[in-house]
Design a protein around this ligand. Structure first.
Ligand code: SF4
Ligand code: SF4
Length: 146
């Protein structure tokens, strides 16, 4: 009989902090700036990314991220009802929706690079907020997040 893995056995709230952290696939899509339509609540992703994101989709200020970026994304199990704005590939959203992880997820492939090799991450496609005026984010709305 196939052994069930922790993300199939446990809810997000039941996971240890190590399990929770390992669930992130490293795509960095959640660090892209988003625009919300105030009337409909629809969320639009832009290719403008937080200034603390490096070229390999890693946060350069992970320990100080909440201090430096007040609206930095901080996912918590108790906010699972809010996860609908996350990209459909995000492992937290997939687990919350009781869907399987894809083959390219590092927990399945065993390699952190597969999220980049399959073109799921933002690697090579984002633009740092350092080069974009905040009023100009709308020009950078993208549709490849999904
Ligand atoms: S979108 Fe989800 S899986 Fe991707 S980096 Fe953000 S939290 Fe991790
Ligand atoms: S500070 Fe927050 S939003 Fe910015 S790159 Fe780090 S995790 Fe992403």
């Amino acid at each position: 009989m196939a052994k069930r893995v922790f993300w199939e056995q446990k809810t997000l709230a039941e996971m240890s902090s190590e399990e929770w952290e390992s669930l992130c696939d490293g795509c960095a899509k959640c660090c892209l700036h988003k625009l919300e339509d105030e009337d409909t609540g629809d969320v639009y992703y832009t290719k403008v990314v937080c200034r603390y994101m490096d070229d390999n989709c890693r946060c350069t200020e992970y320990q100080r991220r909440n201090e430096l970026v007040p609206n930095c994304v901080w996912l918590r199990p108790e906010d699972v009802a809010e996860f609908h704005w996350l990209p459909s590939t995000c492992a937290y959203r997939l687990v919350a929706e009781k869907k399987p992880l894809p083959d390219w997820h590092p927990l399945i492939s065993g390699a952190p690079e597969t999220v980049h090799q399959t073109g799921v991450s933002i690697k090579g496609r984002a633009l740092s907020e350092e080069y974009v005026h905040p009023d100009g984010y709308e020009e950078h709305i993208i549709h490849w997040v999904e």
